[in-house]
Ligand binder design. Structure first.
Ligand SMILES: *Cc1c(COP(=O)(O)O)cnc(C)c1O
Length: 399
């Protein structure tokens, strides 16, 4: 496994990872995307940009985030040693700030006047609002009215940091409608607006760009883990929504003899319609400007998806992951809602670390396999903290 097959890590000039990615968008947007790619390539290698980003990663986000050995959880499982990459300790509470900062800096340098995005539960909206406040650029977040009612604290956070929150009243008033609404606003003036995509999805160059901004996670973790143990981990585990935290961790290890596992939400079960296990049960298709695995009906329309973790309920997945699945470099598994809750409590009660429900899917998978892996070491990307989820879990469990 010590060789990188062609095209595993950087897309072709048309933005393809294998058969996936590209730009499935109207010609006028293609031109705008190409401009973004051009500016990105110019800016990303300039010393000034690298220094500014590095400085903010260190002093604003709080990087490097630690790698932590879960002594009690590992002992309880009685097999592999469990380690965490603590992205939950980042400013704003998750890995999302890594790419939001990069996107905000890029938009500012390109002279854009406004950054736009949709948000579901509000995590992307909060991280982006923080990055825009910091960089000094206008921020407009579209959010379904139903989600606004459910996620009041995140809406307040965005407003306090100066973002304009648009309540989307059409359709089911949730994430899909928020995407449509934000995209319509973007199309009014794509020359001056910047649509900040929240994962390694969408048209080229976003899957590559967001991946580049996230790969700091794996670069740090690889070095930290070697300093701690003298070796590389045997297995890496990360949850998969669009795939940004997973690819952020995996990238630095693609050429190593390390097993890579992505964990999708199996929701109420893979034999029910209520899951978002795109890799496990989807098929190649087109979604949001890219070719990728999609949970779709016979007409190619995306299916409604569900997960207890709103950051994971997406019917597609990044093109690089789609390629990594086909070539067998990453294995994709799933964890159900109830396994997720069990892992959420286990990590909280053995280590005093409350994980995001998204990240708890990765913990659940590790807990499932660890007992059969004595002598091995598993490194989990703890993509975010669970403060946002405590009321929901307490109510569900009658705590
Ligand atoms: C948004 C989110 C995810 C899912 O997004 P990816 O792009 O798959 O990483 C995972 N964990 C947390 C904490 C999130 O906020």
């Amino acid at each position: 496994m010590n060789q990188t097959p062609d095209n595993i890590n950087s897309p072709t000039t048309e933005g393809f990872f294998g058969a996936y990615g590209g730009q499935e968008i109207p010609p006028e947007l293609k031109q705008v995307m190409d401009e973004i790619y051009h500016s990105y390539n110019e800016i990303k290698d300039s010393d000034e940009f690298k220094l500014e980003l590095h400085d903010l990663q260190r002093h604003y986000v709080g990087r490097p985030s630690p790698v932590y050995f879960c002594r009690r959880l590992s002992a309880q499982l009685g097999g592999a040693e469990i380690y965490l990459k603590r992205e939950d300790l980042n400013h704003t509470g998750a890995h999302k700030i890594n790419h939001c900062l990069g996107e905000a800096l890029l938009a500012k340098r390109m002279g854009k006047t406004k950054i736009l995005a949709e948000t579901g539960a509000g995590q992307h909206g909060v991280a982006l609002s923080a990055a825009c406040a910091l960089v000094g650029i206008e921020c407009e977040i579209h959010m379904g009215a139903v989600d606004i009612a459910k996620q009041a604290p995140n809406v307040t956070r965005m407003k306090i940091m100066g973002a304009k929150v648009i309540s989307v009243e059409r359709g089911t008033k949730t994430l899909k409608d928020a995407v449509d609404s934000a995209f319509e606003e973007y199309l009014r003036d794509p020359q001056h607006f910047f649509y900040a995509i929240g994962s390694v999805v969408g048209p080229h160059p976003f899957p590559q760009m967001v991946r580049d901004f996230q790969q700091i996670v794996g670069i740090e973790a690889r070095q930290q883990f070697q300093e701690m143990t003298g070796e590389l981990p045997d297995t890496l585990v990360a949850c998969i929504g669009g795939g940004s935290n997973a690819i952020g961790l995996f990238t630095a290890f693609l050429d190593d003899d390390v097993e890579l596992v992505g964990v999708e939400p199996a929701g109420l079960g893979l034999d029910t319609p209520d899951h978002a296990a795109t890799m496990t049960l989807g098929s190649p298709g087109v979604l949001h400007g890219m070719r990728c695995y999609v949970l779709q009906d016979d007409a190619g329309e995306p299916l409604p998806v569900y997960s207890i973790a709103s950051g994971l309920d997406y019917p597609g997945v990044g093109p690089q992951h789609s390629h990594l699945k086909d070539i067998g470099r990453v294995n994709y598994h799933s964890a159900t809602d109830s396994e997720c809750i069990e892992a959420f409590l286990a990590l909280s009660r053995t280590e005093g670390i409350i994980p995001a429900l998204e990240s708890a899917h990765a913990v659940a998978y590790a807990m499932r396999v660890a007992p059969q892996m004595p002598g091995k070491r598993i490194l989990i990307n703890l993509s975010g903290r669970g403060d946002k989820d405590i009321d929901f879990v307490a109510k569900k469990l009658n705590l």
